[in-house]
Design a protein around this ligand. Structure first.
Ligand code: 4NP
Length: 155
């Protein structure tokens, strides 16, 4: 069993988008017994809230569902629970590195390292953008989800 955690700042835009898309991909490939998926935010700002309505709408247009997800804050215990912890941007990554216990032996890195068709290293925060920012997040997330799945199922 591989356990994957996606992390952004608020857990209402980028990481729930990755969570919903990757979880569906895992289910569609019949891998739900081998891979589990979750997401969290480095901040406590939106705990208990559903994803931003703009993320829900942009995802829905591509057939992805996010509305069941609820925001939570990442904790040090997540390093015991998850094998692969993926940050959306460098700021999220440095916050996670500060929290990382010395005994964590899993993978902590940037999610877009798994993207095949985009050269960006960070998923930009779309919170203050228009709809195009949310569409760009989807493009990046869909690409990196495919690469991540390949990485996880490699023999
Ligand atoms: P996320 O986006 O980190 O992708 O969930 C944000 C959501 C909310 C805020 C910033 C980023 N905020 O400032 O409240």
């Amino acid at each position: 069993m591989k356990k994957v955690l996606f992390v952004c700042l608020g857990n209402i835009c980028r990481s729930p988008t990755a969570h919903g898309i990757f979880e569906q991909l895992v289910q569609d490939r019949g891998l739900a017994n081998r891979i589990t998926v979750d997401s969290a935010g480095t901040s406590a700002w939106h705990i208990g809230k559903g994803p931003d309505s703009r993320s829900i709408q942009a995802a829905k247009k591509r057939g992805h569902h996010l509305e069941h997800l609820r925001a939570r804050q990442v904790t040090v215990d997540d390093f015991d629970e998850f094998d692969v912890i993926l940050a959306m941007d460098n700021s999220n990554l440095s916050d996670l590195e500060a929290l990382r216990p010395a005994h964590f032996t899993g993978h902590l890195g940037l999610f877009l390292a798994f993207a095949k068709n985009h050269s960006e290293s960070e998923v930009p925060d779309p919170y203050h953008d228009g709809e195009e920012g949310f569409v760009h997040v989807l493009d990046l997330v869909e690409d990196a989800c495919d690469g991540l799945l390949q990485y996880l199922i490699e023999p």
